[in-house]
Design a protein around this ligand. Structure first.
Ligand SMILES: O=P(O)(O)OC[C@H]1O[C@@](CO)(OP(=O)(O)O)[C@@H](O)[C@@H]1O
Length: 458
């Protein structure tokens, strides 16, 4: 079920059109925006023209050849008539967007390409007008050497166009490409483009210019982009230490930590220090308002902030019960929750969807901040983890977030890196296995593929 429902979808179709030279953070913005909208249940998709060109057998002007039979990209094959090919490819790519809006009832398409000429942008506007789509142009502009070089490095290492190359060669190619595009670049202009809806970002969020934002959805998109800080940063996630309720397999409540939970809290500062390599003043600790998270943060001397929005999912009438008791007393509710855990709302309490919605200001603030350690609860961390890792909503309540484990997240344009650091302090499992009232080993399908697991000696 989509949360964002509209009576006539064609009235609300938006195409976010990225504008800018390579290595200006366009892919990062596009991916983050689509992840955020999907997390809010707004149907969104990113269309990367480079992908499409590759599939068509060209990567003009990057001069690569895609072998459709083997899937291998070969270097050095130039197209004979680049301009003509490019036009056809662009048309076909826009056609993909039109089809997606129509067949999938899409709401927001993000077009991740350079779109650096006024002509190109005008042809996109024409396409949008024909198809009842509102275009918003998002230009990422920068002459800041550090900003550009940081993106060049990221592109060289991770982008499919360059990652097969030697790092130096990749860097050189990206720079060549930037210079090639620079010659034709026509930035968005307040006078010439006064009729367009656009946002112009200078080196991320250093300076922002906005023109003609008109609808609620447009302002939501723009507000999110304005809060995005493109600088590399880390987020650490930890559950509180094992609690007395965890030992008794009871959910909710506001209990204190067990002895092993206490041990985790005293070890946490050293684990964070080792993982971060930063001074304490450079990491801010966010906790919920519940005792078990504050007790876990007690030995951290960093600046701390409590958020009510980080409190655990409210289990309503089931608060303080074990899963076995819930199954016995409310068998229908127990089964309904297993069938659709994301949507199920405890009587007098919350669903995972409710938690995600109340977390929106936390997410927005996280995007503005640099290095944050969040100490909170199982359900809340699942929602935050799902946001960073683009985990489908229906799967997010089943993600494994074990106790006494620090998760380090490094969001990047091409892939988010996750490192799982185990404290080596035993704790009970609180993972409720689907279809039973038992807690046990998680299937862990969503944590394992991403994580590099590190153990700390006890
Ligand atoms: O959604 P499920 O899997 O029930 O997990 C959420 C539960 O996790 C618990 C532990 O069982 O969280 P936490 O100990 O992190 O506060 C409960 O309080 C909470 O209701």
């Amino acid at each position: 079920m989509a949360f964002y429902k509209i009576s006539n979808p064609t009235d609300h179709r938006i195409c976010v059109v990225m504008v800018g030279l390579p290595a200006r953070g366009k892919t990062f913005i596009s991916q983050k925006l689509v992840g955020y909208l999907s997390w809010l249940s707004i149907k969104a998709k990113c269309f990367t023209f480079a992908d499409f060109r590759r599939k068509c057998g060209h990567l003009s002007p990057h001069a690569l050849e895609f072998n459709k039979n083997t899937g291998v990209i070969n270097e050095g094959v130039e197209s004979n008539d680049e301009d003509e090919d490019e036009e056809v490819i662009e048309e076909q790519a826009l056609e993909q967007i039109r089809k997606w809006f129509q067949s999938e009832n899409g709401v927001i398409a993000v077009l991740d390409d350079t779109n650096i000429t006024s002509n190109r942008r005008r042809s996109i506007i024409e396409f949008c007008q024909k198809n009842n789509i509102q275009p918003i142009f998002v230009e990422s502009w920068s002459e800041d050497e550090d900003f550009v070089q940081c993106n060049v490095k990221d592109m060289g290492r991770k982008s499919i166009e360059y990652k097969h190359m030697d790092p130096l060669e990749a860097k050189q190619k990206v720079m060549e490409n930037i210079n090639k595009f620079k010659k034709n670049y026509e930035p968005l202009d307040f006078e010439k483009d006064s009729d367009l809806t656009f946002v112009k970002l200078n080196s991320g969020s250093k300076e922002i210019l906005i023109n003609k934002i008109q609808t609620y959805l447009q302002s939501k998109i723009v507000f999110y982009i304005l809060n995005l800080d493109l600088k590399p940063r880390c987020i650490w996630l930890s559950r509180h230490g094992e609690s007395l309720y965890n030992l008794e397999q009871k959910i909710g409540g506001d209990s204190l930590l067990s002895k092993r939970g206490e041990k985790y809290s005293s070890k946490l500062p050293a684990i964070v220090k080792e993982s971060a390599g930063l001074k304490e003043k450079d990491i801010v600790v966010w906790t919920s308002t519940l005792k078990r998270t504050q007790q876990t943060a007690q030995y951290l001397t960093n600046k701390k902030l409590q958020w009510r929005a980080l409190d655990e999912l409210d289990a309503g009438i089931c608060d303080g019960m074990t899963y076995e008791e819930i199954e016995e007393k409310y068998p229908d509710d127990f089964q309904a929750r297993d069938e659709n855990k994301y949507e199920f709302r405890y009587r007098g309490g919350e669903s995972y969807r409710d938690v995600a919605l109340r977390l929106e200001p936390v997410i927005m603030e996280l995007e503005r901040q640099e290095n944050i350690l969040i100490i909170t609860h199982q359900a809340v961390l699942r929602c935050i983890y799902a946001y960073y890792m683009n985990i489908p909503q229906e799967q997010s309540p089943w993600v494994s977030i074990p106790l006494h484990t620090l998760i380090k997240i490094e969001p990047r344009a091409y892939k988010t890196k996750v490192t799982t650091i185990k404290a080596n302090i035993p704790a009970v499992s609180t993972y409720k296995v689907k279809g039973t009232s038992h807690v046990g080993e998680a299937e862990d399908v969503y944590t394992k593929p991403y994580g590099i697991i590190k153990d700390t000696s006890s």
